[in-house]
Design a protein around this ligand. Structure first.
Ligand SMILES: *Cc1c(COP(=O)(O)O)cnc(C)c1O
Length: 356
């Protein structure tokens, strides 16, 4: 470690004690164990239980381990959309989901808002089979109220309601009975190395994939829902998985459960208030103007033409923040506020910036 603190949107600062957990995995010979062995099955079973307890995921949902969040978008479109999907586009990651559907030759419709803003209620005219939401848009720092999402479940009871929670999990308190699928990757809110995606789906997603398959539509070969389900019922994965990361996710979720999700949420809110309060009164302001749309976990600041200067002042003091995303690369910084990141990191950041 070079002594720097990474307050980047992801990959980000590793969760405390990861070094100890990695050594434990090596010492227990876990990384040489077969992924069909009892050693692996035991870890798989535990991490699924931990995630269900931590995020209040009902028992009849399945949890699949794949390679990334982007892959989850691909799996969901392939497995549940014969023809139509609909996308709420509030930034670059939502746009990626939308493009995935187009690239898989589906008829994808969308409603797009200005970056930094959120949605008004929007009528959807056709009957989409999947409706996609990016609940925490990492490119803009916009947080979508879960209640906004739930109303579409009521309006479209047959559609798969799919929610990207990559940078809000495990902070976001989702009511899984009001959605059908959610996904995240572990290099964001769980503070792990990249290379593991977690896809959470209910029976509707499974049934839709079986229906498409039996009507002769290709739902893909690698990581299709029926195969993922067949192996997850055995507490296994279809192929040799990222065992180290699954082990680490087990350790991190164990630690989060010990701490309590209530406390994690409370601390996240407190740290977010500290950061937003500072920037609301600073020369560079938060990008998201409407307070109710501001993400507690990804904070985007308009730093205009001083982006490089600010990043380098922080860097020389040991703090790495993210640049803006895409066209905002040189005019914004992005600061993450994940469960593994401690309040004093932000106090230090504020202290440095107050003096410059
Ligand atoms: C990072 C991110 C993704 C992509 O995650 P990968 O693990 O790189 O595939 C998708 N959606 C959001 C909101 C993200 O922040």
């Amino acid at each position: 470690m070079n002594g720097k603190i990474y307050l980047t949107p992801g990959p980000t600062e590793l969760y405390p004690q990861i070094d100890k957990f990695v050594i434990e995995a090596i010492n227990e010979n876990l990384l040489s164990a077969n992924h069909r062995s009892d050693v692996y099955i035991d870890i798989h079973k535990k991490v699924v239980q931990n995630l269900k307890s931590l995020m209040n995921i009902p028992d009849d949902f399945d949890i699949f381990f794949v390679s990334s969040a982007t892959e989850c978008m691909d799996i969901l479109i392939r497995s549940t959309v014969r023809k139509n999907s609909f996308h709420f586009v509030n930034g670059a990651f939502a746009e990626r989901f939308y493009k995935t559907s187009l690239e898989l030759n589906k008829v994808a419709d969308s409603v797009t808002v200005e970056y930094g803003e959120s949605f008004e209620f929007t009528e959807i005219n056709n009957k989409p089979e999947l409706i996609a939401f990016t609940q925490n848009e990492t490119s803009t720092g916009v947080y979508l109220d879960p209640e906004f999402i739930y109303q579409y479940k009521k309006l479209f009871p047959n559609a798969v309601i799919a929610v990207d929670i990559v940078t809000s999990a495990p902070y976001v308190n989702l009511d899984f009975s009001k959605i059908d699928a959610a996904f995240f990757s572990v290099q964001k809110g769980f503070g792990l190395p990249a290379g593991l995606g977690v896809l959470i789906t209910n029976k509707k997603v499974l049934n839709k994939s079986l229906e498409l398959k039996s009507s002769g539509i290709s739902i893909g070969s690698f990581h299709n829902i029926p195969d993922l389900k067949k192996f997850s019922d055995l507490n296994q994965t279809t192929e040799t998985p990222n065992v180290l990361n699954i082990f680490l996710l087990n350790k991190v979720t164990e630690d989060m459960l010990r701490k309590g999700i209530g406390k994690i949420r409370q601390e996240t809110i407190e740290k977010a208030e500290l950061i937003y309060n500072f920037f609301d009164n600073y020369k560079y302001k938060p990008f998201v103007k409407n307070k109710k749309d501001r993400s507690p976990t990804i904070i985007v600041i308009d730093t205009r033409d001083e982006t490089e200067k600010i990043k380098s002042i922080l860097k020389s003091n040991g703090i790495i923040v993210g640049g803006g995303y895409g066209k905002f690369k040189n005019s914004q910084i992005r600061i993450s506020n994940f469960p593994g990141q401690e309040k004093f990191h932000y106090e230090k950041l504020i202290n440095i910036l107050s003096k410059s």
